[in-house]
Design a protein around this ligand. Structure first.
Ligand code: ZN
Length: 208
């Protein structure tokens, strides 16, 4: 809560308008409305949307938040239609096309077109460190799987980028962070490097 307050102060936003979700590696998308804001300081009880992994809104001052530690945060901004989205994308959500489904929901609710979108894939697991088992690897196209010695690594950032492009987002409008949370775990929380004993990074987006 202390860290959240520091962030809210730094960006000049009211912590009451930060909206979190209980993430379950699903493909669920939730549309945040005025009714979800300002319910009080007890976020875990009142500002936590249950069991979804993406939030969208066009309500000014709503700050959409997800937590990550190796999974990838995907930020979506529609400058023309004035809407934003944030996605928690691990391998499970990516298999379930959560990025595409979130953008489709932004189209349904806000009239957003994929060609106008700006997208950022933030800090998270890099192909350098993201070892996966065979059962996970076989669910992805071979283009995203790299043999490292005796193990297989997944390039999840590339899989998400291609999902954005196949949804219609221009590649020139996509920024992918090259920073890997696992080999930079002194600077970022990493579930793998810290073996679940660390915290989570906050990824947030909103219309001011
Ligand atoms: Zn790495």
């Amino acid at each position: 809560m202390h860290n959240r307050q520091l962030i809210a102060s730094a960006i000049g936003c009211d912590l009451k308008n930060f909206v979190f979700c209980r993430q379950i590696h699903s493909d669920g998308v939730y549309k945040v409305t005025e009714n979800d804001l300002g319910r009080g300081a007890d976020f875990l009880q009142h500002n936590t949307i249950q069991d979804v992994d993406a939030l969208i809104t066009n309500v000014p001052k709503a700050i959409l938040c997800i937590k990550t530690a190796d999974c990838l945060p995907v930020f979506i901004y529609a400058p023309t239609h004035r809407a934003v989205g944030i996605i928690h994308a691990g391998w499970r959500g990516t298999i379930r096309n959560i990025v595409k489904k979130t953008i489709c929901q932004m189209g349904v609710h806000y009239g957003v077109r994929a060609e106008e979108l700006l997208a950022v894939v933030g800090v998270g697991c890099g192909v350098c460190c993201y070892e996966v088992g065979e059962k996970v690897a076989e669910q992805f196209d071979n283009n995203y799987i790299y043999p490292y010695g005796n193990s297989l690594h997944l390039d999840l950032k590339c899989a998400i980028k291609d999902q954005l492009i196949s949804t219609g987002v221009r590649s020139s409008n996509i920024h992918i962070s090259t920073t890997c949370s696992i080999c930079n775990s002194e600077d970022y929380f990493s579930s793998r490097a810290q073996k679940g004993a660390g915290g989570y990074g906050l990824a947030a987006i909103g219309l001011l």
